[in-house]
Design a protein around this ligand. Structure first.
Ligand SMILES: [Zn+2]
Length: 384
C-alpha cells in the first residue's frame, strides 16, 4: 500500500465528516483545484483561500489546502492571474497544490465550526441553536417467499437500505400468507395462469435514505423472485438531528459577562479585534448561545434559548440594537469572524489525522496561524 492517500481518498473522508448535502443551496464547496489521482503528502488547514495562505502552502510544500471560506462564491468568467482570485488559482495549479472548501456543510454538524467553538469554551449540554431535521428516510416494505428473504435483504442492503447508526443490513422480518391469481399472460414464479395460489411469505421492512429510493426499488425488482413484486415505500416523519446552526450550552460555573468576554478573547487565536460587548458587564453568564460566522440571523433563537449571552461575529447596529430592547435579551459578544471560525481547524485536523493513522498513511498536517481577518488594527481614543 502506498504510504500516501490520494486526493480522491482524502476528499472522500472529508465528505464523510462533512457531507456536501448538508451545505446551503448554492454554496461553492468541494474540490476547487486539484487532480483526484494525485497523492497527498502535506495538508495545510486555513479559513480563507487568500494569497498569504497560498504563499504559506508553497513555502511549506503543502499539496492540499483545506479551507472554510469559498474561493469563487459568485460566478466568474475568467481566472486570469491579473485578479487576486485568478492569481490564487494560477499559483495553486503551478505549484500542484489542491484546494478543498468545506463551508456551510461544516458549520452545522458535530465536529463542525460552531461545535468546535462551544467545545473550546468548555460548554456542557451542547445542542444546536436551530436544529436541522435529520436526513430524510423512507421505509421499504415487501413480501417475499420465506426461503428468499436473506438474498433479498442482501440485495437491498447493497443498494443502500438497512443502515442504522453503526449497524448495517438491518431488517424486520415477519411471517404471513400471500395470495394471488396469475392472469393469462403472466409468467408466475409460483403457480399457473388462472389458479389461486396461497404462498407462505415473509414481510421484510428496511429503512433507507430517501436519496437511495430509486436504487433500492431497482435492487428489489432485480432480486425479488416474483414477476410483479408487491412493495410499499413509506416516507418517515422527520425529527430533529444533532446538526443545526449555532450551538447553545452551559458553563460549569456562572461568571460575570466581563470575565466571560475575557475568556473568549483568551481562547481565540490572536487578532486585532478582541471583542465588542453589549450588556451589563457585571451580569452573570451561565447559558451561552453562539454561532461561527455572521450571526445576525440567529438572534431570535439565541433569545428564545434563554441564553445569558450570544457570541458571534459581524453583528450590525440595527439587529443588535433591536435585540437589546427586549427585556429578556442576552448580552452580545462580537468577535473576529476569522478567529472564531479558526477554532474548527484543529478539530478537522484531528479528525483527518485519526483517519490517516488508521489507514496507515503518512501525511504531515499543519494549521495555519496567519491571521487573515481583514481587520488588522483597532484604533481607540487616547483619552478613552
Ligand atoms: Zn465564515
Amino acid at each position: 500500500m502506498t504510504p500516501h492517500p490520494t486526493l480522491a481518498e482524502t476528499v472522500a473522508e472529508i465528505e464523510r465528516l462533512y457531507p456536501m448535502s448538508w451545505a446551503d443551496d448554492g454554496d461553492a464547496i468541494g474540490l476547487i483545484v486539484g487532480d483526484p489521482a494525485d497523492d497527498v503528502r502535506r495538508i495545510l488547514f486555513a479559513i480563507d483561500p487568500v494569497q498569504v495562505v497560498v504563499d504559506q502552502a508553497i513555502a511549506t510544500r503543502a499539496d492540499l489546502i483545506v479551507v472554510h471560506h469559498p474561493l469563487l462564491y459568485r460566478a466568474v468568467h475568467a481566472v486570469g492571474a491579473n485578479t487576486p482570485k485568478g492569481k490564487v488559482v494560477h499559483d495553486l495549479i503551478r505549484h500542484e497544490i489542491a484546494l478543498y472548501v468545506a463551508h456551510t456543510n461544516a458549520d452545522s454538524p458535530r465536529l463542525g465550526v460552531s461545535d468546535a467553538i462551544a467545545n473550546a469554551l468548555g460548554l456542557d449540554r451542547v445542542r444546536p441553536l436551530a436544529p436541522a431535521l435529520a436526513d430524510p428516510l423512507d421505509k421499504i416494505v415487501t413480501f417475499v417467499p420465506e426461503a428468499r428473504v436473506q438474498p433479498l435483504v442482501d440485495a437491498l442492503a447493497a443498494a443502500g437500505a438497512g443502515a442504522v447508526g453503526d449497524y448495517d443490513r438491518c431488517a424486520f422480518v415477519g411471517s404471513g400468507e400471500g395470495t394471488f391469481r396469475p392472469g393469462p399472460d403472466a409468467h408466475p414464479a409460483i403457480g399457473g395462469a388462472g389458479r389461486v395460489e396461497v404462498v407462505a411469505e415473509s414481510r421484510v421492512e428496511m429503512v433507507l435514505p430517501r436519496s437511495r429510493r430509486e436504487a433500492v426499488i431497482e435492487a428489489l425488482r432485480e432480486a425479488h423472485p416474483y414477476e410483479e413484486p408487491a412493495f410499499d415505500v413509506l416516507e418517515l416523519a422527520g425529527w430533529e438531528s444533532d446538526r443545526g446552526h449555532g450551538r447553545v450550552g452551559d458553563l460549569a460555573e456562572p461568571v460575570s459577562l466581563r470575565e466571560f468576554a475575557d475568556t473568549v478573547v483568551a481562547t481565540l487565536p490572536p487578532n486585532a479585534i478582541g471583542a465588542r460587548v453589549a450588556g451589563n458587564l457585571d451580569r452573570q453568564v451561565r447559558r451561552v448561545a453562539l454561532a461561527g460566522g455572521a450571526g445576525d440571523f440567529l438572534m431570535d433563537e439565541a433569545r428564545v434559548s434563554g441564553a445569558d449571552v450570544y457570541l458571534t461575529s459581524d453583528l450590525r447596529h440595527h439587529p443588535a440594537s433591536e435585540l437589546r430592547e427586549h427585556p429578556d435579551a442576552p448580552a452580545l459578544i462580537d468577535v473576529s469572524h476569522w478567529a472564531a471560525e479558526w477554532m474548527w481547524l484543529p478539530v478537522i485536523e484531528h479528525a483527518l489525522t485519526a483517519w490517516l493513522t488508521e489507514g496507515g498513511y503518512t501525511v504531515a498536517t499543519e494549521v495555519s496561524r496567519l491571521c487573515t481577518d481583514p481587520w488588522n488594527h483597532r484604533a481607540s481614543r487616547s483619552d478613552a
